[in-house]
Design a protein around this ligand. Structure first.
Ligand code: GAR
Length: 207
């Protein structure tokens, strides 16, 4: 199955997927999942390191930035429609949001219903929703005094961080943690979670 990976920044989770594909893990696990291959990477920000990672791996790396002249919802929908066309061009069976910070809206959510997964750096439904991304999530977790955080891979529906959860991995919040130290601990789990979710996608999404 062809995968379209959407990114916005460093792309360490994209790298985990690239490494899994290179090591043959995706095609191994893929026997039951039909075989997974990253067909293309799309970034909503120009010049980010994730694009470099895709280039280094010989994967088509495409930049599609939001049209700032449009009002918010229209802007999200218009970018989503461009991504939908790219997904069609690469015959994507699965769209993976691996650190993608734009919100997908409109046609793509319907056309790819049950076939878009998002990685989020908290144990959803806690610390999700609009404006909750990256270090903001970790700062909110620390401020809450929670003793546990983690990451979630979930199906994307029409909302923000609201679709059915496919899998979660947990980490402790340790005394003296900063947003950076907590983020680093969660990142390690994310790299496992995103690969796991892609390899086991047919099984997980059927549950
Ligand atoms: C990851 O921690 C991911 O969970 C988060 O962005 C980071 C991207 O890291 N995504 C969100 O916050 C989405 N709401 P990466 O670019 O190194 O993969």
């Amino acid at each position: 199955m062809n995968i379209l990976v959407l990114v916005s920044g460093n792309g360490s989770n994209l790298q985990a997927l690239i490494d899994a594909e290179k090591s043959g893990r995706c095609s191994e696990g893929g026997r039951e999942s039909g075989g997974m291959r990253i067909a293309a990477v799309v970034s909503d920000k120009a010049g980010v390191f994730a694009l470099q990672r895709a280039n280094n791996a010989g994967i088509p790396a495409i930049t599609e930035t939001p049209d700032k002249s449009l009002p918010r919802e229209e802007r999200q929908r218009e970018l989503s429609d461009r991504i939908l066309r790219i997904a069609g061009k690469y015959n994507a069976g699965l769209i993976v949001l691996a650190g993608f910070l734009s919100i997908l809206r409109g046609n793509i959510v319907k056309a790819y219903s049950g076939r878009i997964i998002n990685l989020h750096p908290s144990l959803l439904p806690d610390f999700g929703g609009e404006g909750m991304y990256g270090d903001r999530v970790h700062r909110a977790v620390l401020a809450s005094g929670k003793k546990e955080s983690g990451c979630t891979v979930h199906l994307v529906d029409g909302g923000t961080d609201t679709g059915p959860v496919l899998l979660q991995r947990r980490v402790p919040v340790l005394p003296g943690d900063s947003a950076e130290s907590l983020a680093a601990r969660i990142h390690r789990e994310e790299h496992i979670a995103i690969v796991d979710a892609v390899i086991r996608f047919p099984e997980l999404s059927a549950l």
